[in-house]
Write a protein that binds this ligand. Structure first.
Ligand code: B12
Ligand code: SF4
Length: 485
């Protein structure tokens, strides 16, 4: 069978959060395509609408979908792109009636029944990792075998009833998936994450899953597995030799989830003499000697999920790290000269205004003392997370909310958040969160104002504001500075 694997375009979301997202080759579809080609039974082609929209001014999605000629259509989506994915599904149904429409990815995995009930154009939802399932499914579709035997799918039976089969076995042999041999989208404008300059880069995944279970995470608890370091080195060498690419984004959920294997991989990069630079996400409880080794192996930028500066909130969200560990890590990355960003979230379950102020103070401290940058986001409600359950139980999300609803909340943009994903408000109100974000801005302005303090600057300020106003401003700043310490 021939299947079109489609990544939808990203929404036209003007919020500050969405502005800077860079393009990233769709690893999900590349891996599926690899598994399909290895089966030697079926064929696939990848269509990245995000890339097509970005590269063609007059790109017309309907015309494009009409032009496709495939037996089956497979669409991937995150929660952020779900409306665009649904629009693509509807166009496929309109222009290719009778063809099977399959959806998958982190979003649909967690709202399979909701999707089938509310998007009638979807025939089948593939849950979880799809390499094994998609091949079994295509086999079944080709031979008209009963779908009941395909694990990992939810589907609409001939009688119209919605069925959910058992989960598929977890895919263990990650080394068997060599996506770099799959033709990747040409001229992919992907750049090294975290760099101020547009440095051409390639996304690579060295592991899957994560042993932790943070309550807000859509991938919490997916079994952790990793590729052998030899297999990763082989892929990196391929990109270096074939494309001259020496910068990489390691998209693992937590690159250091298994410190021993991260150590082996970094050592192997060093031993192989690969002169590369790379980005990854890590947790604060990473052993510091591993961070040193990562730096030696070319790691130039890390992102650390700190989440909060409140000890009680940290315990409640089951992050499994301490603020001492965070500070020890930041102090270490400062010594190494390793660029570091801390990710913080406000409006966690049970978080009070006082807790959130602790987060602001902690952000102030780590930015000031360790030179890290930080990002404070508002807790999002994502399907399949513990947050979603709490949101429904507490009324933050209507009990009958469907992820297929045409949800759009322009007020989210005021908080710098994407407008298509509902935000979680428990004890903090939207107004309080706005106030906290304003305080964060003030705090940063304050620091930058006094950083450039000089005699000349004071003279100008005196001329512009006059002595009384200037004294008042200095006193206000002093009061704010004391508050944030
Ligand atoms: C790269 C990345 C980004 C990039 C680009 C993403 C893009 N173009 O869509 C950037 C930096 C822009 C980004 C931004 C954001 N991201 Co992001 N990101 C990732 C990351 C690190 C890698 C995605 C990836 O390639 N995975 C690898 C593939 C192999 O896994 P997979 O997608 O799950 O695919 C498998 C299965 O799901 C299935 N499958 C997938 N599609 C299909 C389709 C079919 C037909 C079938 C049969 C099967 C199938 O088979 C695949 C192979 O096994 C993931 C974390 C992760 N490691 O997965 C987060 C992740 C996808 N991001 C997430 C989030 C929350 C965001 C942001 C909202 C962050 C924010 N607060 O601003 C934004 C939203 C932007 C967006 N476009 O969605 C969440 C998504 C949660 C959700 N429910 O949607 C994730 C899962 C992180 C997490 N821990 O929760 N992100
Ligand atoms: S450590 Fe990261 S990937 Fe793992 S459950 Fe927590 S947020 Fe998700």
């Amino acid at each position: 069978m021939r299947i079109a694997l489609i990544q939808p375009a990203k929404p036209d979301d003007k919020s500050a959060a969405a502005k800077d997202w860079s393009l990233c080759r769709p690893l999900s579809l590349l891996y599926l395509s690899c598994a399909i080609s290895k089966s030697q039974l079926h064929e696939s082609e990848i269509f990245d609408l995000e890339l097509l929209f970005a590269s063609q001014n007059d790109f017309n999605v309907e015309k494009f979908i009409t032009s496709l000629d495939f037996d089956v259509f497979g669409i991937t989506s995150t929660t952020f792109t779900r409306h665009e994915a649904a629009a693509v599904v509807k166009l496929i149904r309109k222009h290719h009636p009778g063809k099977k429409v399959i959806v998958g990815g982190v979003h649909f995995t967690h709202c399979d029944l909701d999707t089938l009930a509310n998007i009638p154009e979807v025939d089948i939802v593939v849950r979880g990792e799809g390499e094994k399932t998609i091949v079994e499914l295509l086999n079944a579709l080709e031979t008209s075998a009963p779908l009941e035997n395909v694990n990992g799918i939810s589907f609409r039976a001939v009688c119209g009833e919605i069925r959910r089969n058992p989960d598929a076995d977890i895919f263990e042999d990650l080394d068997s998936l060599d996506i770099y041999n799959v033709k990747s989208p040409k001229d992919y404008p992907e750049f090294l994450m975290g760099s101020n300059d547009p440095i051409p880069a390639m996304s690579v995944m060295t592991s899957r899953g994560c042993p932790y279970k943070c309550v807000f995470c859509a991938k919490a608890g997916v079994k952790y597995r990793h590729r052998s370091y030899q297999n990763v080195i082989q892929e990196l060498k391929y990109y270096i030799e074939e494309y001259g690419i020496t910068s990489f984004n390691f998209l693992d959920l937590t690159f250091t989830a298994n410190p021993q294997r991260s150590k082996e991989l970094c050592q192997a990069i060093i031993d192989a003499g690969l002169e590369i630079q790379w980005w990854c996400e890590t947790r604060a409880n990473v052993p510091l000697e591993l961070v040193t080794l990562m730096y030696k192996a070319g790691c130039r930028y890390i992102v650390v999920g700190v989440e909060t500066g409140s000890v009680s909130v940290l315990e409640r969200i089951q992050k499994g790290v301490t603020l001492h560990q965070v500070e020890a890590l930041f102090s270490h990355t400062k010594k190494l000269g390793l660029d570091t960003t801390g990710y913080f979230v406000c409006s966690h379950i049970g978080e009070t205004y006082e807790d959130a102020i602790k987060t602001l103070k902690f952000i102030n401290k780590v930015e000031r003392m360790y030179g890290v940058s930080s990002a404070l986001q508002v807790c999002m409600i994502l399907p399949g997370t513990e947050i979603e359950n709490v949101a429904k139980a507490t009324g933050s999300l209507p009990e009958l909310f469907s992820w297929a609803d045409d949800y759009e909340n322009p007020h989210n943009a005021v908080l710098g958040q994407v407008t298509t994903i509902p935000l979680f408000f428990d004890r903090l109100t939207r107004e309080q969160v706005a106030d906290l974000l304003a305080k964060l801005r003030t705090m940063r302005q304050l620091r930058s104002r006094y950083k450039k303090l000089s005699f000349d600057y004071l003279k100008i300020a005196l001329r512009v504001y006059g002595p009384t106003k200037l004294l008042q401003m200095v006193l206000d700043d002093l009061r704010a500075a004391i508050f944030f310490r």
